[in-house]
Ligand binder design. Structure first.
Ligand code: SF4
Length: 338
């Protein structure tokens, strides 16, 4: 049990949680929307500090990060529950469960997680599987320790933290964020009970703070696969984050409570065309093994630069920031700055 890092005490023993943009006001004994925080005698405590649901050493490509430390391994973990309500969650066995110690991997102190990452031969640490914002108190202790040990840090997030939480994560040493843009404002409101504009603001803020940002959209039939939504999302990436921000268009499969059929490959290819027509220079197709849309090509001369297979890097034809064939600059970070 840890006291919540960001909270505002209110009259009557209430307290407002300032971790995510829901800003739940909790009376004594109440839990927040995400059920990971509880007001005990006027103070909010997190119930998931270091309570880890799963751990695995994953390639950066699996997050997916394609332009941040390609080929590196990051020791990845998450806790339980979520602050969104997406009925198609592809990780629902973790995100839709409440924090229960008997189901969990167990308690892992931040220093132990760093030691595990080094022992596994990882170059980084990653918070994923469920919403990392809910692990805020643990993350802000983990990241400085990881950096001191020479490891890079990233989160895979729905981008719904408060500005305060975002700044705390940046100050702790966050290197990269893959942010899930789940659809247009209406779909995000209807299915996730959330405000897309908060996600947009946080994507922009993280990038302005120097955090490497990549965007992922799980393309779901009937939710976000229409031309209007895809054009909207592509244009927002260009306007708010710039044409060099990678956009991952990934294939959905039925999961949890959602029964729409898997996304047709043609829809993903159309989404890629829309992204490129809007000016995004790196649009990737994910969750389709063997599709050429998962490789990186030089945006100027179309030379193959990084070949991927499944969720891993197969071969890189460059290790620098220029195309070896035509000299075009590449916005890919290969190595941790010394
Ligand atoms: S993290 Fe978000 S959803 Fe959870 S209690 Fe705090 S404000 Fe509410």
């Amino acid at each position: 049990m840890r006291e919540g890092l960001l909270q505002e005490r209110l009259p009557g023993g209430k307290s407002r949680c300032l971790t995510c943009a829901r800003r739940c006001v909790l009376a004594p004994g109440e839990k927040g929307f995400c059920k990971t925080r509880e007001n005990r005698d006027g103070k909010i405590f997190t119930l998931v500090y270091g309570l880890i649901s799963a751990v695995s050493a994953n390639p950066m490509e699996k997050k997916p990060f394609y332009h941040l430390f390609p080929g590196d391994l990051a020791l990845t973990c998450g806790t339980w529950s979520c602050n969104f309500t997406c009925p198609w969650c592809q990780n629902w066995e973790i995100s839709k469960r409440l924090p229960l110690l008997d189901r969990s991997f167990g308690f892992i102190p931040p220093a132990e997680f760093v030691r595990m990452a080094k022992e596994e031969g990882c170059q980084g640490v990653s918070l994923s599987f469920n919403e990392p914002t809910l692990l805020l108190e643990w993350a802000v202790e983990l990241f400085p320790l990881a950096k001191r040990a020479g490891l890079h840090t990233n989160i895979v997030t729905n981008g719904y933290m408060t500005e305060e939480a975002l700044e705390v994560l940046v100050s702790a040493g966050l290197d990269g964020a893959n942010i899930d843009w789940k659809g247009g404002p209406e779909a995000v409101r209807e299915f996730c009970s959330a405000d897309f504009h908060v996600v947009l603001r946080n994507s922009r803020l993280l990038q302005r703070h120097g955090v490497h940002v990549e965007i992922t959209t799980l393309i779901i039939p009937g939710v976000n696969d229409d031309e209007e939504t895809l054009c909207f999302l592509a244009e927002k990436i260009v306007e708010e984050l710039g044409t060099l921000t990678p956009w991952h268009i990934t294939r959905y499969f039925p999961a949890y409570r959602f029964r729409a059929p898997p996304t047709p490959i043609a829809t993903l290819e159309r989404a890629k065309e829309i992204g490129e027509a809007a000016g995004i220079r790196f649009v990737y197709i994910g969750n389709v093994p063997g599709h050429p849309g998962q490789n990186t090509y030089c945006p100027a001369c179309r030379a193959l630069l990084i070949e991927r297979e499944g969720l891993s890097l197969r071969k890189s034809y460059t290790t620098g920031n220029v195309c070896p064939r035509c000299g075009e600059g590449l916005p890919i970070r290969f190595h941790v700055a010394k």
